[in-house]
Design a protein around this ligand. Structure first.
Ligand SMILES: [Fe+2]
Length: 453
């Protein structure tokens, strides 16, 4: 483990006023940062000769002609251009990382499912080999939909780098601490934080404290952004200043290295003789970031009724149909319940959207038992779900005093596309066969003779 001042031997820009150590605050800002003084050209992007004889290179996350408010690109000033960071490609087998469409004939995706946490094995696993796809949705080739993964990581990537041309990666750690050394800088990630690694960004993952387990939402579509707040106004939910983008950091290192690329659902490897993390300075708005989920300011019912869970959306990835997300990332954190004359947990419902949940820690109020930290559940398109019997009975009879929901943090990846189980999710992960029984002892309470009491 290395310290924050010199993460992984990378040369890092000094912290500046208004930044936490190694990070710049803000969501989607047009950042600029340099790890060596004067490395960033001013007033233009592409001078005839760049400072320090660096190469100028643009990384485009959106089409050149995307509307200005949605246009994302970053100018990098690097020791060698990216064409030097790949060679000829060879297909690589990464057997547990699947991409949509991935529909297995013998696997039943129709059903309400819940999994206990996948336990760590004896094998040393990296970010690449430790990824286990649970569900896929949409189509990676047409850039719609997503995949949900869990990761089990015990080993750092050494002289190995990765980028996904298919997706941006939303990482939700549940245990262990990871370091993401990216082209744009270094992100240290703890449980109760999330990180976004943009499509096409090269990185390696080191284990700061293991073993590490967590969840990944692989977004094939448009990038995650902050939801519009509508009448909520200018504040609350996820506030832009709480998003942290790393300052520039680079390494000038010769070493035989492997670069792995995920492209159209397939993995490829290529070999180079140096580190590709050689961006000395950059400016732009296409960059990785992290966010502390404990800074999410929940808004909810303060008199009666239970609002839709979308009220807790942290980030949303649009689908092109207004209000119908390719993915919503939704957070259920500790908060006050104060609604009067109200059944306070989530109501029973069926939904055109498909809901995959994960428990980061604690107890989820609609499922006090069985939904374990590290575990997941899936309520697929138009499948009914809701509180189990104990949650229903408790919430129907409890005295409705203000109640603090403590010791709880769960999330949801919600997509407009149905989610299909992988063979791993159906046959290898610890599926709780009795999950569906959590509703079996709900009683018929109807009595047509008692009237409206
Ligand atoms: Fe739901």
């Amino acid at each position: 483990m290395t310290d924050n001042a010199n993460p992984s031997g990378m040369t890092q820009a000094p912290s500046t006023i208004g930044t936490s150590a190694g990070y710049m605050p803000g969501f989607g800002n047009d950042f600029e940062t340099e790890a060596l003084p004067g490395a960033l050209p001013q007033g233009q992007n592409s001078p005839q000769v760049c400072p320090y004889n660096l190469y100028a290179e643009q990384l485009s996350g959106t089409a050149f002609t995307a509307p200005r408010g949605e246009n994302e690109r970053t100018w990098c000033y690097r020791i060698q251009p990216s064409v030097k960071h790949t060679g000829r490609f060879k297909k690589l087998d990464v057997p547990y990382w699947k991409s949509a469409p991935h529909i297995i004939e013998d696997v039943l995706s129709l059903g309400q499912y819940r999994w206990s946490p996948v336990e760590h094995g004896q094998e040393n696993l990296t970010f690449l080999t430790g990824m286990r796809t649970m569900t896929t949705a949409g189509d990676v080739n047409t850039q719609v939909g997503m995949a949900a993964h869990i990761y089990l990581i015990t080993a750092s990537m050494v002289d190995e780098y990765f980028y996904s041309a298919d997706s941006e990666l939303l990482i939700v750690p549940q245990e262990g601490r990871l370091r993401f050394c990216t082209e744009m800088g270094v992100i240290d990630l703890d449980p109760q934080e999330i990180a976004i690694i943009p499509r096409g960004m090269v990185f390696r993952v080191e284990v700061l404290e293991g073993p590490a387990r967590g969840f990944v939402c692989e977004n094939y579509g448009q990038v995650f952004t902050l939801p519009n707040r509508g009448p909520i106004g200018a504040n609350c939910l996820a506030n832009p200043r709480d998003f942290k983008t790393p300052v520039a950091a680079f390494e000038d290192r010769q070493a035989d290295s492997r670069v792995v690329i995920k492209w159209c659902g397939q993995f490829h490897e290529t070999f180079i003789d140096h580190s590709p993390l050689d961006v000395v300075a950059w400016h732009g708005n296409y960059a990785p970031f992290k966010y502390d989920l404990k800074t999410f300011s929940p808004v909810g019912a303060i008199l009666f009724d239970h609002p839709d869970p979308s009220i807790f959306t942290v980030l949303t990835a649009p689908s092109g149909v207004e209000g119908t997300a390719n993915i919503d990332f939704v957070l259920f954190r500790d908060r006050w319940n104060v609604a009067e004359n109200t059944f306070r947990p989530p109501w029973y419902h069926k939904n055109i959207m498909s809901e995959l949940m994960g428990n980061i820690y604690g107890i989820y109020d609609a499922k006090p038992e069985g939904f374990i930290p590290g575990g997941m559940s899936l309520h697929n398109m138009m499948l009914p779900h809701g509180p189990d019997r104990n949650a229903f009975e408790g919430a129907s009879t409890t005295e409705l005093k203000p109640q603090y929901l403590a010791n709880t943090m769960s999330f949801m990846f919600e997509t407009r596309f149905p989610q299909h189980l992988t063979e791993f999710a159906a046959n290898e992960a610890p599926l709780q066969d009795d999950y569906i029984d959590c509703w079996s002892d709900l009683e018929k309470k109807f009595d047509g003779t008692i009237g409206n009491t």
